[in-house]
Design a protein. Sequence first.
Length: 512
Amino acid sequence: MQTISTVAEMRTFTRDAQARGRSLALVPTMGALHEGHLSLVRHAKKQCDVVVVSIFVNASQFDSREDLMRYPRDLEKDLDTLRPFKVDAVFAPRTEEMYSEQFSVSVEPGEIARPLEGACRAGHFRGVATVVLKLFNIVRPTVAYFGQKDFQQALVVRRLVEDLNLDVRLVISPIVRDSDELAISSRNALLSPEERRAALVLSRSLKRAEEFAQAGEAQAEFLRAEIEKTFAAEPRAELEYAALVDPVRLEPVEQVTPGCVALIAARVGSVRLIDNLIFGPPGASPDMLLQLALTARLMIPTAAAIPGFKTEAVRRSIEACRECAAYTSILMPPRDFLSQYIHAQYPDLNAPQGAVIGRDAPRNPDNYLYRDPAAGNRFTRGLFELLGVKSFDEFRARFILTDAIRCHGTGPHIPAKALGYCSVNLREELRLFPNLRLFVVLGDDAYWQFQRFMLERQDGEFPPFEDLLGSQGWASEQARAPSLGERILRIFYCYHPTYGYKRSPSIAAMLA
Ligand code: AMP
């Protein structure tokens, strides 16, 4: 692990990594490393070839000199913490290296930086945006990792990247909490034991709001009042703000819907702490909630009735999935949802050569049929064997796993209209991977959709699924998909592994 303290040395390091064709991750931190930072490091190690952690306490983002002075710093300890992770380099410049005496240009991050933290900490996000841009320019990462813990900061950085056309992908990771649910923060070290106990009011109040929301209470004002009430019972903590906002502009909402965020800041003794929570359906994983928030678009108030959807439960279920066809068609085109999601999941878009297209909606990524080959069914095991991969991560690096159908029909068949809507996303997604040549299309809905919308054949120009598969249980063909250009695709069709697959042979035999 190299420790780098100058800009020149850092640039040489990056140039060397680039020359060797390596993807480079940057995890920007202010040091005093803890499990929150380390979760970003783990993510980076998994996704990129070379990982750089920057450690720099950026004075310009502190609005109080006292806060800056007592911010915990221990470079040697941080280096010890990082060593077992086999991080490639730590970039730890001194302040003079980053800010010369003549320094005078800053980035003004605009609307998204105004409310909440921006309102409480004058100039904070100007400092953040400026140092992040500097770090991006110095380190030139392929992918940069940030935490949901600083939710507004993540949105500020996203605007920075999008508005200034920075060539870096962002990955945001969920909040890491201690066993008592306190969001881990470098500032927690400054709390006395009593203050630490009192600080639990932050996560407790958010949990309470979540419980109410999941029980059906959608009035943001009611939920906010509950947070305030929880704080009122904890005299050592003073709430600075509690806001329930949309995840796009961070403006207060009247009704809380999935993807909305509750953000709080509070003082416990003299320590200022922040925390947040993304609302979503019960049981949604932290990653799924983040996806909901980060991929949301401004939308018409969701209290409005959605034509054709009668029950509240269905409406909520649809809102919970931003990719859903029905939702897509009615409320918002999620044009770049997938590209953003996929960029986060696949730093090297050139790597995957094959795709499995099925119907296994990623509402909860942990439920992917493909995640655990040992526990999986014959199909998954065969597929892993065939590819010679042992883990889901390895599998995913080589194969895309995608969904033909993104609505919430649970019956065996999805209406043709919904399949049509979904195909817009599917085409966009597949187009992102220039080397895809092999497709495994699972089940009859995906088959019809693939024929109709990827191969762009008319009804009647292709046989019904059952006829095509016939008695051998599978079929294959070579064809061009107009949206994927000139390349010739090898396409295999078989029954879906959770539905009728017993009539298809082992995938290994089929693809061999
Ligand atoms: P900091 O050192 O506080 O500037 O944090 C560096 C990065 O780590 C930021 O992107 C933070 O959002 C992230 N981070 C800090 N605490 C946590 C946490 N408890 N969980 C996840 N990410 C975190």
